[in-house]
Design a protein around this ligand. Structure first.
Ligand code: NAD
Length: 305
């Protein structure tokens, strides 16, 4: 089966905007939609794309639709409809493909897959890792769950957005791996913040200590790519929100509970991120969580606020 050329893209946020931009640059025919009209218009001003008035219009015009939305709730609203709004499902032709690249709930994805399969539509979950900079460069990691045949049809589309494309297993497995990855990443971030604060109280410059960690066995993605760039600089501007990170941690903990795998460490990690969000407020960058640990310790890692 050939690769679909008419691509629908729903969700032009921090990640969706540059990802859809890569597809436009690769020459795919794009039809786009976002709840926020301004980002849709901005996208059309910068790229060749048809702007649609609703998700249902995207579905009517596309063979393959990609969703890049905050969570499963938003994906369900767009696919199945909500309130007065008609969803995409009513307009999707049998044989079409829906790829959810959002970091959604694997359990909700499985349910949605059953429903769509009964209507002849194939669902694949293909969440991404790498953040806004890799979305811009087209070098994301993509973890795809579902049918291997559907992945092969989607591969040229994924290749425009990602550098490493993995088949993770059955439907929902990409979403499971993504949530579990973010749990590990979140744990690494707050562990780094705590040890740097202890070092600072002892009198070690956090930049010097972070450099030492990065040459030592304690290094992780946060010490290598986040601490200096976003925390010590006080920019807190990674582009991945604290609210979305907490959503992913809830997904990971819900999954472990559903599968009856005890995860006391992950549960504690989730609790700490939830407490930080509740204290700091909504709408912040996930790297702002370091400020909550600073408040607990009465020590600062950087100079200016
Ligand atoms: P975002 O909040 O910047 O973008 C979400 C977009 O979806 C917004 O433009 C919003 O208007 C739109 N939207 C919300 N509900 C909608 C609806 N019902 N219909 C149409 N449009 C709707 O989020 P983001 O940072 O781009 O993240 C998107 C997904 O990717 C999330 O699941 C997130 O967890 C995941 N993710 C984010 C990053 C990152 O670094 N930001 C990295 C990897 C994965």
């Amino acid at each position: 089966m050939p690769t679909p050329q008419q691509i629908g893209f729903v969700g032009l946020g921090k990640m969706g905007f540059p990802m859809a931009g890569r597809l436009a640059a690769a020459g795919f025919a794009l039809q786009v939609y976002d709840l926020d009209r301004r980002v849709k218009e901005q996208f059309m001003a910068e790229h060749k794309a048809v702007g649609c008035e609703s998700p249902a219009e995207v579905a009517r015009r596309s063979e393959l639709i990609i969703t890049m939305l905050p969570d499963s709730k938003a994906v369900q609203a767009v696919v199945l409809g909500s309130g007065e709004k008609v969803g995409m499902a009513s307009s999707m032709a049998p044989g079409s493909i829906l790829v959810d690249m959002s970091s959604s709930s694997p359990l909700a994805t499985r349910e949605l897959g059953k429903w769509l399969t009964s209507r002849g539509v194939q669902l694949m979950d293909a969440p991404v890792s790498g953040g806004v900079s890799k979305a811009r460069d087209g070098t994301l990691a993509i973890m795809a769950g579902g049918s291997p045949e559907v992945l092969e049809r989607c591969r040229p589309v994924f290749a425009a957005m990602g550098e490493r494309i993995f088949f993770s297993g059955p439907l929902g497995s990409g979403h499971a791996v993504k949530a579990l990855n973010n749990m590990l990443s979140a744990a690494g971030f707050i562990a780094a913040a705590e040890v740097l604060l202890v070092g600072r109280r002892f009198g070690v410059d956090p930049k010097v200590m972070n450099d030492i960690l990065n040459a030592s066995t304690g290094r992780n993605n946060s010490t290598e790519n986040k601490i200096e760039k976003y925390v010590l600089s006080r920019s807190f501007s990674s582009g991945f929100s604290l609210d979305l990170m907490l959503k992913d941690l809830n997904t990971a903990v819900d999954l472990s509970r559903e599968l009856e795998v005890p995860t006391p460490f992950c549960n504690a990690c989730r609790e700490l991120w939830a407490a930080a969000q509740s204290s700091l407020g909504r709408g912040l960058d996930h790297t702002d969580v370091a400020r909550w640990f600073e408040q607990l310790a009465h020590v600062r890692l950087g100079e200016q606020e």
